[in-house]
Design a protein around this ligand. Structure first.
Ligand SMILES: *Cc1c(COP(=O)(O)O)cnc(C)c1O
Length: 463
């Protein structure tokens, strides 16, 4: 397909700012399987397709921006986690990564459990048909109304996050005549190898009860005394976007140490241990995530070894992947609005969304990839920054990437690996309605979360 070059002329890779770390890829039309959903491919006309449907058709039918989710890929990843851990363990999908009723149904069908951390997530989980006993309820500040609702619904476990919450949940359970299954979330003092704002296991943070100074042991002591609670295990979540298993190794060692202390003091062997989520995915070709079977093998071995050394029966393991299941399954489809070359710097490519549909770049300095998807191009690579339409100079979607120099308004570009923490963290900044989530499978596309409209926005504004 031929296209006239951009009026400003091609931007060549040789305009890279001096010392820039990025090198242009060998082939701008290539789609690295690591960062794209499984069924994504480029057809004979150069148009990218997913689940057998071209992106131009998707844009026409559903508009842009839109999150396009590969349902087969989601199910395959969910199943891979389920299979890797087997019947002797539980996989809880972390709903905060992305939750909708369709997703709840897929999880149910694939045999996964579900983590929620608010009344809204709980409502979605129940409305989607997840059996309550397969739901875990998390959060550092659950309201009494949320706790009561969760207990009445019959959730399988509540993960206790503070001394006050131990008493609060016990009290509510007792008043409802229930003995609620609970875990205690502990912080093990592990700093996961990731961005500071999303590392959650160092001790100076709001989640969990520190192992340090005997605090977690004291929490266990209190929970065991309260007849509204059935303490089933200890929970640890050490961070997010982690590639290195050594953090889990240290965490498991310390949690098993607590289990041994509990046995020695109370004569009780707690039957479960939850190692949380946080497993990394590939946002760019530089990331090398592990496969679920490798993770399952590593975690199972670590826990088995630690328990054997401590003379404990190996507890049932649960894990809570969010990003690792949904992250790679979706991309955000945008239309290019303006292309603004800044001589000697880079070219700013503005799209019809931005920080309202993907806050991660601004919030965490997250890195993403991007590709021209409505056509192939043999133009030279140009260094770009993909930005949104918001009134904020930090409104960056992809900080540094290469796109073909003939990129022009009306082209469709896509940012892969936006399945996790993009729609779920989306905002209405600048009163921009949030994009839909479109699930594609076997040549069929359907909206699972519809696009917000201006009417939706105005409905909340009572005047
Ligand atoms: C966020 C979170 C997860 C999921 O993290 P991912 O990085 O999406 O895998 C799991 N468990 C808990 C307690 C969390 O807070």
């Amino acid at each position: 397909m031929s296209r006239s070059a951009h009026p400003a002329g091609p931007r060549h890779a040789d305009v890279l700012p001096e010392g820039h770390y990025l090198a242009p890829p060998a082939d701008l039309n290539a789609l690295d399987a690591k960062v794209w959903a499984q069924t994504v491919t480029r057809d004979a006309h150069g148009v990218v397709t997913v689940g057998g449907i071209g992106v131009k058709q998707l844009a026409e039918e559903f508009g842009t921006p839109a999150y396009i989710l590969d349902e087969a890929d989601f199910r395959a990843r969910a199943r891979a986690w389920r299979t890797a851990f087997g019947p002797g363990a539980d996989v809880f999908y972390a709903g905060k990564a992305f939750l909708s009723r369709a997703v709840v149904r897929w999880l149910d069908e694939e045999g996964l459990n579900l983590d929620v951390c608010s009344g809204g997530e709980l409502a979605t989980a129940l409305s989607g048909g997840m059996p309550a006993d397969r739901i875990a309820f998390h959060g550092n500040n659950k309201s009494t109304a949320e706790i009561e609702r969760a207990i009445r619904a019959g959730v399988g476990r509540i993960v206790l996050d503070s001394f006050q919450e131990i008493v609060r949940v016990a009290h509510i359970a007792r008043s409802l005549g229930v003995r609620q299954r609970v875990q205690i979330r502990v912080t093990v003092g592990v700093e996961a190898h990731t961005h500071e704002f999303i590392a959650t296991a160092h001790e100076d943070q709001k989640f969990g009860i520190p192992l340090a100074g005997g605090q977690a042991a004291e929490a266990v002591r209190r929970a065991l005394q309260l007849d509204g609670l059935e303490l089933i295990g200890i929970h640890s979540h050490i961070g997010s976007q982690i590639f290195d298993m050594s953090g889990f190794e240290v965490a498991a060692h310390r949690v098993v140490g607590l289990l041994r202390e509990i046995r020695d003091e109370h004569g009780v062997e707690l039957p479960e241990i939850d190692l949380g989520g946080g497993l990394g995915i590939a946002y760019t070709s530089d990331d090398d995530p592990r496969e679920p079977h490798e993770i399952a093998k590593a975690l199972t071995e670590i826990v088995g070894r630690e328990c054997e050394a401590a003379g404990l029966r190996t507890p049932r393991i649960s894990v809570e992947p969010g990003r690792a299941i949904v992250g790679p399954t979706a991309f955000t489809l945008y239309e290019v609005g303006t292309v603004k070359p800044l001589a000697g710097l880079r070219t700013y490519v503005s799209v019809d969304g931005g920080m309202s549909d993907n806050i991660r770049t601004a919030l965490y300095d997250a890195e993403y990839s991007v590709a021209l998807v409505s056509r192939a191009s043999d133009a030279e690579p140009m260094l770009v920054r993909v930005v949104g339409k918001h009134c904020e100079s930090g409104d960056i979607v992809v900080r540094d990437a290469f796109l073909p120099a003939d990129l022009a308004p009306g082209d469709l570009i896509a940012v892969p690996a936006t399945g996790a923490y993009c729609r779920s963290m989306a905002s209405n900044y600048n009163h921009v309605p949030r994009p839909p989530v479109v699930a594609v499978r076997d040549g069929e596309a359907r909206v699972i979360v519809r696009r917000e409209t201006e009417e939706d926005l105005l409905r909340l504004d009572v005047g």
